[in-house]
Design a protein around this ligand. Sequence first.
Ligand code: SF4
Length: 136
Amino acid sequence: MDEMDILDEVRYLTCNVCARRCYLTATLGVGFGQAEAPGKGRKPGQTLMVSGNSCSNGVDYARSELLESRRIISSTVATTFPDVPRVRVTSQAGVPVDRLLEAMAALDEVTVTVRLRPGDLVVDDLLGLGVKVVVG
Ligand code: SF4
């Protein structure tokens, strides 16, 4: 058995960073990285391989979902336009799991007052986390 096969686990995800919604296959495993110093042996560590992504954001999405306690947020925010009273938005990076409710509450306070297109910025820095929220 190859060392990279140890404890491999395949997970299937739909990237929701943009409207394309790529279907991702993510393989989580425990591999062995480089030695920190000569003669010290190789260091066990977690590995992540992602396929099905059309851009590098898909890898970041899978890492955020599977290796970090962060989640991409998809929600809607209000607008001032009667013909489109709410618009779908997505965070461009993961929000810490313990701040998800706070993030959703912050989005509830947002009202879009200009016509926007997919990918346009709605929130520049959600909760001071450095996370952008865009239409999509
Ligand atoms: S992998 Fe890239 S193109 Fe595909 S849904 Fe995610 S952000 Fe969009």
